[in-house]
Design a protein around this ligand. Structure first.
Ligand code: SF4
Length: 185
């Protein structure tokens, strides 16, 4: 059986495939060692959900562990509203709906439905400007695209000598000081 992928890696991989390797290496250390301010704010927003402080109403499932045996995925959701069947992923600020955000939400969608929860709506919530972006559950074509993405992650070789990265991304990358493929030198 293939190893489980952590759902946040589906988004990270779009930013840079190599960042997954560093995430595995350093993910277990305290956030302050390797995260910069915007990411710490994002972490704090998620901590509120992890501590299940969003609402005490029973209709909300908050920060629960999820998994999909079909896709070999595990992780957590931010919020699921059982009354409206809505899955919500909160980000500090959403300026663009990146493909990585969609992969993350789709992964949560597959996990939740496999665990027996009906999901009708997917929402990306931007906290700073209080905006909601509604997404549809993945279409058959998007499911294929999603499966190809998982395959690429599983097949990626961090030591591939042909790997190159956009210097702009490396400049914004928290792992840049550790990475021998850093193109921003
Ligand atoms: S420094 Fe560049 S190549 Fe290395 S992990 Fe970050 S984005 Fe990827």
């Amino acid at each position: 059986m293939e190893p489980y992928l952590i759902i946040t890696e589906l988004n990270d991989f779009v930013f840079c495939p190599k960042s997954i390797y560093f995430h595995h290496l350093y993910g277990r250390y305290h956030a302050g060692l390797y995260k910069e301010k915007p990411q710490i704010i994002g972490t704090l927003n998620h901590e509120r959900i992890d501590k299940q402080s969003y609402s005490t109403e029973k209709r909300y499932l908050q920060g629960i562990e999820i998994y999909s045996q079909t896709y070999g995925l595990c992780g957590k959701i931010d919020l699921y509203d059982a009354q409206t069947k809505t899955l919500i992923e909160r980000k500090t600020q959403v300026k663009t709906i990146y493909q990585g955000y969609k992969y993350q939400l789709w992964a949560q969608y597959f996990c939740l439905t496999e665990m027996g929860h009906e999901v009708k709506k997917l929402v990306l919530r931007s906290l700073n400007d209080n905006k909601n972006y509604a997404l549809l559950p993945p279409s058959p074509a998007e499911i294929k695209e999603f499966e190809t993405h998982l395959k690429k992650i599983r097949q990626f070789n961090p030591n591939d000598p042909s790997f190159t990265q956009n210097p702009e991304k490396c400049r914004r990358c928290i792992y840049a000081p550790l990475c021998d493929s850093n193109a921003a030198h």
